[in-house]
Design a protein around this ligand. Structure first.
Ligand SMILES: Cc1cc2nc3c(=O)[nH]c(=O)nc-3n(C[C@H](O)[C@H](O)[C@H](O)COP(=O)(O)OP(=O)(O)OC[C@H]3O[C@@H](n4cnc5c(N)ncnc54)[C@H](O)[C@@H]3O)c2cc1C
Length: 559
């Protein structure tokens, strides 16, 4: 059992930001001009989905025509469900935010003046799937997210009003009179043992990223367990579009090796996909071949044998760049090349085995165009949020841009809305906020493994009612088992550990995904139902809205 309760009101800050990816950092930088900001991150400050983003950031830098085309591409990928005002904000404010980022020291790749590398000093633009033009900025070849993260962190660290609490987790959003007024934070890697502290704030921004860990196969790092989404729902915030999980078509498929992402930019540079008979099978699925929207490519791979619900059907599918000439692949993709070399593979020489993996959550905490959730005092931005900007499927490289644009907007809204003071008092003893204690060998890890496998089988790339209902049954059984564990291991006020918060979050997010996917009886974007293979605009050109509660209620709304 973990250490027992230590909790008090430790401090009030002006603004509390949960997460230090692109959205949280961008927001913190604006907020810090007007008050103290505490940025909380679950692991080391640099660990986030943002850090691992490879291919780049989409932005329309060459004028109004480019902006209009970016909007068109975003809407096309989103399959009839993009909330146009949100996409308009993204594409039109994007250039401003990216230019700001460059001024702040982000070093995107530029031409060297050598043949095939662009004019000296000119920003290099790559092309990715479903973009009608090359408009993807990248950094250090395939390490764009790390560079953006580096530059934002450098700026944030210089700011006297920004403090970081690393190895610290949001555990609960504290509500008072219907308003979010603070948070219980678990300092889980404290040298003196874990402890929980309550922090009051004038406003709280959830920028805690996605929930890829809800699936057994994911490109996301271990921090992506959807905690912010689950805890916001628990505080009463509505979620939206949870059925839309993007599966990236090409993660490395080597046994026992993490699902390392093989960026879309590889296909942008000409990579083919081949099945185990050597056929370039995308010819049968979409006129844009390997550059078709991600959901089309991912389902094609599942149908060719890799990544479907049947774990036995594992005929390999390969990415093939052996024919690509005129480009130094090791120089263009240094990170990917290094990782592959570590496993004896080379882009120039080998067929690279790939399979789809859960990658990006289009849905999340429902917000307006400025990050306001349905709970006063609570804001969300980045992958944790859902403005409707991606509709049913995100256009490649739009999410780093989303984090910048909507992170900045959320900060501005917070500054405009936040009350002058919001001071909460020390927590009353016996408040019972902390839930049960976690016995280290309580079986939670096994439950999480089962949940992730069940979600892949039942709510993965190819869904139907039978699969989703059986997923729901498994989720409920796992939830029940979890309750037994938490109730059996200790009195109410003992500290839960990181594993417990994460497991509870994954179980809650899984439920929201399953119920939303069951309710959407059509196929659209990343959500594909074998039993309803067509898009049904008459009934479902609307966003799903989920409210937590015993039954878990899903309704559809037009925005
Ligand atoms: C391998 C990979 C490659 C990608 N490539 C691209 C790309 O090329 N282009 C693109 O546009 N997008 C890409 N994406 C998607 C993109 O990186 C993410 O959508 C985006 O970075 C999300 O940013 P964010 O700020 O919302 O969240 P994140 O960057 O995920 O940050 C979340 C933060 O929240 C913290 N956190 C989580 N839970 C808690 C908690 N309970 N308490 C406290 N802190 C918490 C984490 O520690 C982290 O600091 C990629 C994603 C992956 C995984």
């Amino acid at each position: 059992m973990l250490a027992s309760k230590v909790m008090s009101l430790v401090e009030n800050v002006d603004y509390l930001v949960i997460g230090a990816g692109v959205a949280g950092l961008r927001a913190a930088i604006t907020l810090a001009d007007r008050g103290q900001v505490l940025v909380v991150t679950k692991e080391a400050v640099g660990e986030s989905n943002t850090h691992y983003a490879q291919g780049g950031i989409a932005v329309a830098l060459s004028g109004p025509e480019d902006v209009a085309l970016h909007l068109e591409d975003t809407e096309y990928a989103g399959d009839g469900l993009v909330f146009r005002p949100a996409a308009q904000v993204l594409v039109s404010e994007g250039p401003l935010r990216v230019e700001e980022l460059i001024r702040w020291g982000t070093r995107f790749d530029r031409g060297a003046g050598e043949p095939g590398t662009g004019h000296p000093g000119e920003l290099l633009l790559a092309r990715e799937a479903a973009h009608s033009l090359p408009r993807i900025l990248h950094a250090n070849g395939d390490a764009t997210g790390a560079e953006i993260s580096r530059s934002l962190l450098a700026l944030a660290r210089q700011h006297p009003q920004i403090r970081f609490a690393d190895w610290t987790m949001l555990q609960r959003i504290v509500m008072k009179d219907g308003r979010a007024v603070g948070a219980d934070l678990l300092f889980h890697a404290n040298t003196r043992g874990p402890r929980v502290e309550r922090v009051g704030a004038r406003a709280i921004l959830i920028a805690s990223g996605g929930a890829g860990q809800v699936y057994s196969d994911t490109t996301n790092p271990p921090v992506a367990t959807g905690d912010g989404i689950a805890l916001a729902a628990l505080a009463g915030a509505e979620l939206a579009d949870l059925e839309f999980y993007q599966f990236h078509p090409t993660a490395l498929a080597l046994p026992g090796v993490p699902r390392f992402l093989l960026s879309e930019a590889l296909r942008g540079e000409g990579a083919y996909l081949r099945n185990d008979r050597g056929e370039r099978f995308m010819e049968r699925y979409h006129p844009k071949l390997e550059l078709a929207p991600r959901d089309v490519v991912a389902r094609a791979i599942a149908r060719e044998g890799m990544g479907g619900a049947d774990p036995e059907a594992t005929r390999p599918v390969y990415l093939d760049m052996r024919h690509v000439t005129g480009i130094d692949l090791a120089a263009r993709f240094p990170g990917i090349s290094r990782f592959l070399a570590g496993h004896g593979l080379s882009l120039q020489r080998d067929l690279i085995p790939v399979r789809p993996a859960a990658h990006y959550l289009m849905g999340g905490i429902r917000t307006d165009l400025s990050g306001r959730t349905t709970v006063a005092g609570l804001y969300a931005a980045g992958e944790a949020a859902c403005t409707g900007v991606h509709g049913a499927n995100r256009l490649a490289s739009n999410s780093l841009l989303e984090g910048l644009v909507f992170g900045a907007r959320a900060a501005e809204a917070i500054l405009a809305d936040a009350p002058e003071v919001s001071r909460i008092e020390a927590v009353e003893a016996g408040d019972g906020a902390l839930g049960g204690a976690l016995n280290p060998d309580s079986g939670v890890a096994a439950l999480v493994r089962d949940l992730r496998a069940a979600m892949w089988r039942n709510a993965g790339l190819l869904r139907d009612e039978t699969l989703l209902r059986s997923g729901l049954k498994e989720q409920e059984a796992i939830g029940e088992r979890m309750r037994e564990i938490t109730e059996s291991t200790g009195p109410n006020r003992d500290l839960p550990g990181r594993a417990l918060i994460e497991a509870q979050s994954l179980i809650a997010v899984a439920r929201a995904i399953l119920l939303s996917a069951l309710a959407r009886e059509e196929s659209r974007g990343a959500h594909y139902r074998n039993d309803f293979p067509k898009r049904d605009d008459a009934k479902f050109a609307r966003h799903s809205v989920f409210s937590a509660g015993a039954a878990g209620d899903v309704r559809f709304e037009q925005w």
